[in-house]
Design a protein around this ligand. Structure first.
Ligand SMILES: [Zn+2]
Length: 130
């Protein structure tokens, strides 16, 4: 039975001798398969290729939306860019970035409700003093 398993050269776990991919670390053991899968992985993690600029903008703008009151404009823009990105992704299924787009819409939108609510509250409490 000892020849039925081998040691993964990457993580050292015992894996099936016939395995082409380590089930512990997910690394391809067959050099050909590794070369085939690696460039794609690097490309996907380093370059935002296939992700609409509007999705990236929505993601970043949503982060600025947390700024009290000043975040209203970036928050609204995050919602707008998020909707643009979702429409673009719906037209081209090869595009990614749906998560960022939704993050922009939901996070940008929710923070705006909070800031507008706070603004209304401030105006109302201010009015009570006079
Ligand atoms: Zn491994």
């Amino acid at each position: 039975m000892s020849d039925a398993t081998k040691t993964c050269p990457i993580c050292g776990e015992q894996i099936l001798a016939v395995a082409r991919k380590c089930r512990y670390c997910g690394e391809y053991l067959d050099p050909a398969a590794r070369a085939q899968n690696r460039p794609e992985l690097i490309e996907r993690s380093l370059m935002p290729v296939g992700r609409p600029v509007s999705a990236i903008a929505a993601g970043y703008l949503a982060l600025f939306a947390v700024l009290p009151l000043l975040g209203i404009l970036p928050g609204l823009l995050a919602v707008i860019f998020g909707i643009i990105a979702l429409k673009k992704i719906a037209r081209d299924p090869s595009l990614v970035g749906k998560g960022r787009a939704w993050f922009g819409i939901i996070f940008g939108g929710l923070t705006q409700l909070a800031w507008i609510g706070l603004l209304v509250y401030m105006i109302m409490t201010e009015g009570r003093h006079h």
